[in-house]
Design a protein around this ligand. Structure first.
Ligand SMILES: NC(=O)c1ccc[n+]([C@@H]2O[C@H](COP(=O)([O-])OP(=O)(O)OC[C@H]3O[C@@H](n4cnc5c(N)ncnc54)[C@H](OP(=O)(O)O)[C@@H]3O)[C@@H](O)[C@H]2O)c1
Length: 321
């Protein structure tokens, strides 16, 4: 079958390690099943994998990808939940310390077929296209939990999203605007800032610029490049919700500011199968849909990886099979 693999690691030019080629079809274990992938989406996680984060040389070639929507062995349209956990560890696989994401231990979704535990299948609502549904399992699920579970926002509160066009960030802007929050976003170009306001942001500013007001919550997955600004944008008692560190994981903690202003830093990672099911229903009912930058045939996957590496995207890259 056609599959996109990480063939080698390259810290400086990760996309150079992408290989498009033939791989054996998956042979599912007991309790697992095979999904015929119709659409799969790209995440920054795949760029980190190509840099050698979370994978070892011995695991290569590894099929990349943690997002997919497709058809199961019984012909049902499904979304694939990407978090693989031990069922005995509880309902929320993301709290299992031994959990993995598809493409970390087991082959991922950027292929004609992917093997997954049967319990990881979520029905795809008919209102969503395969392309839209494929955007939900990683970036959108993470944004959904950050916004609706972790942030603890008062209705109508002001918030900031650091970055505009990323998968997680465009999801945060879209869902938070639809939910009636006053959303500020930063974007690295005028086009990205325009995109943020198109998604519903109240205002979009260049990185580091002073906001017209202090906000209750900042969503920051950029890390070193934005952390200090995130702390400065919070009102006393405010919260940063973080799920990533794209530009580096070790900014100054600025502890004086954290304790003096009684700020909280909240981590968030992925979500449970139940969250994914609720997210899919939320999208179906609300009309909120993932922002898709481009749709490419799987065979042209390299083009999508290169665009993400260059930071050119506004929204998700989706590959069709
Ligand atoms: N913990 C989890 O469960 C989880 C789940 C999903 C993602 N993540 C993490 O969250 C991060 C975002 O993932 P993604 O898939 O949404 O990535 P992405 O689509 O590549 O988006 C990257 C985002 O970072 C912003 N950014 C701002 N300054 C940056 C800088 N100096 N360098 C690089 N990027 C900068 C970009 O802003 P512009 O719009 O201005 O370009 C863009 O919004 C990654 O670190 C990823 O690993 C974690």
């Amino acid at each position: 079958m056609l599959a996109i693999t990480a063939a080698r690691f390259d810290k400086d030019a990760p996309s150079a390690g992408v290989e498009v080629g033939d791989r054996p079809e998956p042979a599912p274990d007991e309790g697992w099943t095979t999904v015929s992938v119709r659409a799969a989406a790209l995440n920054h996680h795949d760029i980190f994998s190509l840099r050698g984060v979370g994978l070892t040389q011995e695991q290569l070639p590894m099929v990349l990808g943690s997002d997919a929507a497709g058809v199961d062995e019984d012909g049902r349209e499904v979304i694939v939940h990407a978090v693989i956990g031990d069922p005995s560890a509880g309902e929320d696989e993301s709290y299992d310390p031994k959990r993995s994401l598809l493409s970390e231990v087991h082959n991922g979704t950027l292929a004609e077929k992917v093997a997954v535990p049967r319990r990881n299948l979520v029905p795809k609502p008919p209102e969503l296209s395969f392309e839209e549904a494929a955007c939900l399992p990683t970036a959108w699920l993470t944004a959904y939990r950050m916004l609706f579970e972790r942030a603890g926002l008062e209705p109508g509160a002001a918030l900031l999203v650091q970055g505009a066009g990323g998968g997680v960030n465009s999801a945060l802007i879209r869902m938070a605007s639809a939910a009636g929050y006053r959303v500020y976003a930063t974007g690295r170009s005028e086009a990205k800032r325009d995109g943020a306001t198109r998604l519903g942001a109240y205002a979009a500013l260049p990185p580091g610029e002073r906001l017209p007001e202090r906000v209750s919550v900042v969503f920051d997955n950029v890390g070193e490049a934005t952390w200090s600004h995130s702390l400065r944008c919070l009102r006393p008692g405010g919260r940063i919700v973080t799920c990533g560190a794209t530009s580096g994981q070790a900014p100054s903690a600025e502890l004086n500011r954290v304790f003096f202003l009684q700020l909280s830093v909240l981590g968030s990672t992925m979500g449970s199968r139940a969250h994914l099911e609720r997210l899919a229903e939320y999208c179906a009912r609300s009309g909120v849909r993932p922002e898709i930058d481009r749709v490419l045939p799987l065979a042209q996957a390299k083009e999508g990886f290169a665009a993400m590496e260059r930071g050119e995207l506004f929204g998700k890259v989706v590959f069709t099979v």
